[in-house]
Design a binder for this molecule. Structure first.
Ligand SMILES: NC(=O)C1=CN([C@@H]2O[C@H](COP(=O)(O)OP(=O)(O)OC[C@H]3O[C@@H](n4cnc5c(N)ncnc54)[C@H](OP(=O)(O)O)[C@@H]3O)[C@@H](O)[C@H]2O)C=CC1
Ligand SMILES: O=C(O)[C@@H]1CCC=N1
Length: 271
């Protein structure tokens, strides 16, 4: 047992997980190694997080018992077929790639006995507020699952789901931060359009979103109940909500999550 955590792919999500894991203290920097082909990227990761890096993913398999696969789904097959001689039963393989089913990994590695956990995290892991759902294959033990839950709980909240749900998770919470950022940007612009200085619009928008989420969490009430409390008869809110619903706001959000879920299924070759 080396107890090292390896990450193959030091891009947006690899970095988010490393930063979050270091911040949480789950692994010290000495126990983390990251592989990425881009020398500038490796230098950035070394300088920013003081972790070891390598341009060759084989180094990660050699030094680590737990390996997070954080490369794009489109390059995963090539990577696994190239690295398969370095992979063994001692590895706990954790993949965060969108769409690719657990069966894909065993097919690429020509093996049935590997312990593989598929996870869909999201970028708020950077600030320890990530949302992750995960599912393991038939070889995964309760200890493996606890280890993966520990890693993703260290950067937010992790839940175990049946694998069949992971494409919908990808469409909802994996891609979700992008919808929230788009909504946030639109709210800020709306404040500016209505005459607020940009910094005022930004501060009010961020606090409104944060406060609304905390209110939902702490009250435990359905969003519709809280929405009704904001909406005075004949008042301002109903005027705004009328415009949102006439434009199909709820339907657009549902369509977006459904489209992203469909794309995840496509990436996995299911449609
Ligand atoms: N971004 C997100 O919000 C989320 C992403 N994911 C999943 O995480 C994975 C990574 O996504 P993301 O971080 O956004 O993508 P990025 O493109 O930012 O990161 C992928 C990194 O992997 C590197 N890479 C490519 N080939 C290899 C290789 N053979 N060995 C080691 N590293 C390699 C890439 O280098 P180079 O660019 O030089 O090729 C790049 O730095 C994807 O599978 C995605 O589906 C999951 C949840 C959320
Ligand atoms: O856009 C993507 O494909 C990845 C997966 C979920 C979030 N980002």
């Amino acid at each position: 047992m080396t107890n090292k955590l390896g990450c193959i792919g030091g891009g947006q999500m690899g970095e988010a997980l490393i930063k979050g894991i270091l911040q949480s203290g789950l692994y010290p920097k000495e126990q983390i190694v990251v592989a990425d082909p881009d020398a500038d990227r490796r230098q950035f990761l070394e300088q920013t997080y003081s972790v070891a890096t390598s341009g060759n993913s084989a180094d990660v398999w050699l030094t680590s018992d737990t390996v997070i696969l954080a490369v794009k789904p489109q390059v995963m097959g090539r990577l696994l077929r190239r690295d398969k001689d370095h992979v063994s039963e001692r590895h706990l393989i954790i993949t965060i790639a969108a769409g690719l089913p657990l069966s894909f990994y065993n097919d690429c590695l020509n093996a049935r006995a590997y312990r593989i956990i598929r996870v869909m995290p999201n970028t708020p892991a950077l600030v320890l507020e990530g949302a992750s759902a995960l599912s393991g294959n038939e070889n995964v033990t309760a200890t493996d699952l606890q280890q993966a839950i520990g890693i993703f709980n260290s950067v937010g909240k992790a839940i175990v789901v049946a694998e069949e749900y992971l494409d919908a998770v990808t469409g909802l919470s994996g891609s979700g931060p992008a919808y929230v950022f788009t909504f946030t940007e639109a709210m800020i612009d709306a404040g500016v359009k209505c005459g607020l200085p940009r910094n005022v619009a930004e501060a009010l928008t961020l606090q409104t979103i944060l406060g609304s989420v905390n209110l939902l969490r702490q009250s435990g009430e359905h969003p519709a109940v809280q929405r009704a409390r904001v909406t005075s008869p004949g008042g301002t809110t109903i005027a705004g909500l009328h415009v949102l619903e006439r434009a199909g706001f709820s339907g657009i959000i549902i369509d977006a999550v459904e489209a992203a879920t469909r794309r995840s299924l496509e990436l996995g070759g299911k449609r």
